[in-house]
Design a protein around this ligand. Structure first.
Ligand code: NAP
Length: 287
């Protein structure tokens, strides 16, 4: 049975071919929601080769995000679902306003917001991180979810409830060296989640964080490649070192995160709010 049939969902940062946002959009659509898939304008280019995304290696060049979103809409429609693609930079108040207006115009409401867009800007040693990188990280990872939540809550209140699902990280729960800005913002996202859960629970709005661990997306592979370059070891060795701490000894898949989001978006989570749900394969969270 489809768990969220007739609901309307919006997912940010959904264009990456191997990203968590795309997997979430496909899963919510499979559960019966109409899904608004969004991402920043411009082109998507992988600057690295991974075994997970051979079709998007540098040799094959860049794809426009609009094309990638159109492809995602098509994939959802082929499944029998409904989707709408919109450009949305989560750091832009104007684009947020326009995207929510377009969503309401097309579907008449919004029930589920997934704040998935994320940025590893400022992932460097703490002393090397610039204020500009810190601000970029703040804009995408924390300010965007705050502004989007403010934009959708009145609609959810008018509909008698809704779900806001923030995609955090193990960086929401602990710290490892070299990810200062990301860790600070992802910790902040947990504070936002708890605030929304407490303040809007009486309106039937549930807000939770999903905290992925190592998930084999391009963002994760970029981090592996950066760490291997910094440490002067092969990517394979970096992966082995990082996954040695994972109880399941491997990275997860975007679909594993999408499963958690589908749970939190659906009726089985009717009495669940304000939590962090780790999808990590079992990792210690660091300090
Ligand atoms: P991804 O493939 O890079 O997807 C993130 C998407 O957000 C990208 O399309 C990215 O575009 C987009 N984005 C960046 N800035 C934006 C903005 N201002 N407005 C709207 N979209 C913007 O990364 P992912 O690995 O799927 O990550 C998805 C979420 O999971 C993120 O919040 C991330 O922090 C979290 N997460 C991932 C992992 C992992 O192992 N992959 C682990 C823990 C948490 P650009 O490519 O242009 O930046």
């Amino acid at each position: 049975m489809k768990q969220i049939l007739g609901k309307i969902a919006l997912v940010t940062g959904a264009s990456a071919p191997n990203g968590i946002g795309r997997a979430i959009a496909l899963r919510l659509a499979a559960e019966g929601a109409a899904v608004v898939v969004t991402d920043v304008a411009g082109s998507f280019t992988t600057e690295f080769t991974t075994e997970f995304t051979p079709e998007f290696t540098p040799e094959t060049g860049a794809a426009s995000r609009a094309e990638l979103l159109a492809d995602l809409v098509e994939s959802i429609e082929v499944q029998g679902g409904t989707a709408l693609a919109l450009t949305l930079d989560v750091t832009s108040e104007n684009e947020i306003e326009a995207a929510i207006s377009a969503t309401l115009e097309r579907f008449g409401g919004l029930d589920i917001l997934v704040n998935n867009a994320g940025s590893l800007a400022g992932s460097d040693s703490f002393l090397a991180t610039t204020a500009a990188e810190w601000q970029l990280s703040f804009g995408v990872n924390l300010l965007g979810p705050m502004m989007l939540s403010q934009a959708v809550i009145p609609t959810m209140q008018a509909r008698g409830g809704g779900r806001i699902i923030n995609i955090g990280s193990t960086g929401s729960l602990g710290a490892e060296p070299g990810f200062g800005a990301y860790t600070a913002m992802k910790h902040g996202l947990v504070g936002l989640t708890k605030t929304l859960a407490a303040e809007f629970g009486p309106d039937g709005i549930l807000c939770n964080t999903v905290c992925p661990g190592y998930i084999a997306t391009d963002m994760h592979m970029a981090a592996n490649e950066r760490l291997s370059a910094e440490q002067g070891v092969s990517v394979a060795e970096t992966k082995a070192r990082r996954y040695a701490n994972v109880a399941l000894r491997n990275a997860g898949l975007p679909e594993d995160v999408a499963n958690a989001v589908a749970y939190l978006a659906g009726p089985q989570a009717n009495y669940v709010t304000g939590i962090n749900l780790p999808v990590t394969g079992g990792v210690p969270y660091g300090i």
